[in-house]
Ligand binder design. Structure first.
Ligand SMILES: [Zn+2]
Length: 90
């Protein structure tokens, strides 16, 4: 799990995601499944903690160590778009 402070943090993960182009499946708002480079899927959970930090969880090894992985970057691009749509709908 890592705390998302800004998009700069994701620069490397985003370029990796662009190269690998993982498949992102929508589960529900804030919960996504992202395909791994060696097959299988990782679950990415994006949420706001009680103290208003944006936290991102992924079930891969990298994220376990607090790294911003490309699964998270791929899921976040979908999540941010959805969150924006939700805000304009309110
Ligand atoms: Zn991951």
């Amino acid at each position: 799990m890592f705390i998302l402070k800004g998009i700069e943090q994701l620069t490397n993960a985003i370029s990796k995601a662009k190269k690998i182009r993982p498949r992102v499946e929508f589960d529900r708002f804030g919960r996504y499944r992202v395909s791994g480079s060696k097959g299988g899927y990782y679950t990415v959970i994006c949420k706001k903690s009680d103290n208003n930090y944006k936290t991102v969880e992924c079930t891969c090894k990298g994220a376990e160590q607090g790294l911003a992985c490309y699964h998270a970057a791929a899921a976040l691009s979908l999540h941010i778009g959805l969150a924006r749509r939700q805000q304009t709908a309110e």
